[in-house]
Design a protein. Structure first.
Length: 252
């Protein structure tokens, strides 16, 4: 790798990391967290930003034989693998929230049997298992060089079992994709029901048959049975009687 290529790679990683952090901050401060998985998206953005940041630091200190370079290369590569497994878990958790159309609590991970009975896909717990296995192997690799090792010049090298780490990183994504395909009809029906125009319409009052027949009978009643009409009729009769009395006085 030439110096120009290294500078471009490190700059690109730093820029992408900053972009992910900004997206996570905008998700936190832009709106109130609703019951739709926005919280999980914030975790995805921050862990992706951390992974890119540590990857850029690993490239920056690569080949640095100083004491700071020795620790920074090892710490950076360790957190790259940890963040990769964490992102796989949060993506799967976000897909579960998308399927359930509600914000899920992380405490359901402690009760797998009851959670599965309540409709949580079993693929979520399979993904958690593979993510924990990947994190465990990453910790073991720090002492046994299981996935990678460093030479005398403090340069990162992949070891024999590195393809296993790739498989552990790809399997959660594939399982999440199959879970989404399995529940695509269910999620599509929920989204269509939420965005249907019928729900946006105002509900109009629809009288029952009993009210309808009562209204018809009221219309067919004689109008003078109403009290206010009866009062008006008596007032008109008084006026006519007074008018006739005055005419009779004049004639006399």
């Amino acid at each position: 790798m030439t110096d120009l290529t290294r500078i471009i790679s490190i700059s690109s990683l730093f820029f992408l990391s900053l972009f992910c952090f900004q997206a996570g901050i905008f998700l936190c401060s832009g709106h109130k967290l609703k019951q739709n998985g926005r919280r999980t998206l914030v975790f995805i953005e921050f862990f992706t930003g951390l992974m890119l940041l540590f990857d850029a630091l690993a490239y920056s200190y690569r080949g640095n034989t100083s004491s700071a370079g020795y620790y920074m290369v090892r710490i950076s590569n360790f957190f790259v693998f940890i963040c990769n497994s964490s992102i796989s878990f949060f993506v799967c958790f976000y897909v579960c929230e998308f399927i359930k159309r509600s914000r899920l609590n992380f405490s359901l991970l402690l009760k797998p049997k009851s959670s599965i009975k309540n409709g949580i896909p079993i693929q979520l717990f399979i993904v958690i298992f593979f993510c924990l296995v990947g994190i465990t192997f990453t910790v073991v690799s720090q002492f046994t060089d299981f996935f990678y090792f460093f030479d005398e010049n403090n340069i990162y090298h992949r070891n024999t079992f590195y393809p296993l780490s790739v498989a552990l990183g790809l399997l959660p994504g594939l399982i999440t994709f199959t879970m989404l395909l399995q529940n695509r009809k269910k999620s599509f029906r929920k989204s269509a029901a939420e965005h249907s125009p019928k729900r946006n319409r105002r509900r109009t009052y629809r009288p029952s048959r009993q009210h309808h027949s009562k209204a018809i009978s009221e219309c067919h009643r004689p109008f003078y049975r109403h009290r206010w009409l009866h009062k008006d009729k008596r007032r008109d009769e008084r006026k006519r009687s007074c008018h006739h009395a005055q005419q009779n006085v004049f004639h006399v």
